[in-house]
Design a protein around this ligand. Sequence first.
Ligand SMILES: [Zn+2]
Length: 120
Amino acid sequence: MCDCGRTLNPEGRCDASHALSDEQYAEMLERRQQRLKLSESVSMHRVYMEIDDVRVWYKIIREANKLYGKNWRGQQGVKRRLTSSPVRSPQVIWFEVPDEKFATWIALKYAVTPVAPPGK
Ligand SMILES: [Zn+2]
């Protein structure tokens, strides 16, 4: 079995890319990387929820990290919004995640209120 490591299949060891020149192989990898980036950005969903406790926000961040690694985005300035007032006031906060169901699952787990995206 060949060990060149050239494969597009994570489980395979070598495939048709074995026959390419170094340059062609590099180009192929780059094109693939761009396609992956594109499909990731297209399939991101911005979900909104009402949160009134900064500790809950931290917990949700931990869940997102666990589920999606670096492939998610959170809103800026949330900590300030949730801690600036001496009384708890619910804030609508968004997360950008690959899976829309994140919102309903988080809402159930942490008793926060999911909010419909503005304009929908
Ligand atoms: Zn090979």
